[in-house]
Design a binder for this molecule. Sequence first.
Ligand SMILES: C[S@@+](CC[C@H](N)C(=O)[O-])C[C@H]1O[C@@H](n2cnc3c(N)ncnc32)[C@H](O)[C@@H]1O
Length: 247
Amino acid sequence: MPFFDTINYQPTYSPARLKWDVEKQSRRKGAPFTGSARFQVLPPSLFERPENIWLEVGSGSGSFFAAMSALYPDRFLIAMERCKLRGQRLERKVAKTARPNLVGFRGNAIPALVHGVPSGRLERIYILYPCPWPKNAQRKNRWYLHPMMPHLVRALQPGGLLLWASDQKFYIDEARWICENVYGLQVLVHGEVSPNPYNDLERFSGGRSKFERSFLESGQPCYELVARLSDQSTNKSGNGSTPGCAS
Ligand SMILES: C[S@@+](CC[C@H](N)C(=O)[O-])C[C@H]1O[C@@H](n2cnc3c(N)ncnc32)[C@H](O)[C@@H]1O
């Protein structure tokens, strides 16, 4: 048998391992630096706007939010992409789209969110087709195990939504476990991607984003999770509060 056949990186959903990860890892690592002006990436004035704000983390070249900004003119949309090439395309697309309710930043969403997004300010956060970090040893990079996760929750306004999609079922199953068991979020949608009141899929032919389109086109099933922060959450508009977790 060739050597590569003996290595199986096919990740599996494991609540026991997730529980261990959550107990052993410091989820609050990023919290003490919240609000530090040195790391302020997004202009603070963005968050003084009256509209409800939606953020896309890892937006690629921004086709999804460019379309969504036309569908939701009463929301303010912020797309962030770290990769140089895709980030440049994003900035060009946003300029070409020329919509007053859309901005795109080429940059790292981690410091932008940790240091620059006030608590309780975002109505929606989209994470579409993130790198799944399939090797066991890399799992701390998955967004739901990353030190950014408490900040994703902190940034949501009461009743706000965290919307995930992936071609990896294990990723969405694990994200669900963490959202429910660690952060006390309510799961509204979990399963294979299909039209529902939260995902706007019916308004996009073939898929919402570039990755979704290419997965669906090739017959690869895609999965999604929509998790909601309770209306009673103590997340308040402001800055720098400690992330609110259920445990
Ligand atoms: C697999 S692509 C998906 C792109 C797009 N969401 C789609 O569905 O077509 C994941 C993207 O996340 C971006 N990304 C990863 N980490 C990031 C970070 N810390 N800040 C901003 N973007 C990031 C990557 O550069 C990459 O473009």
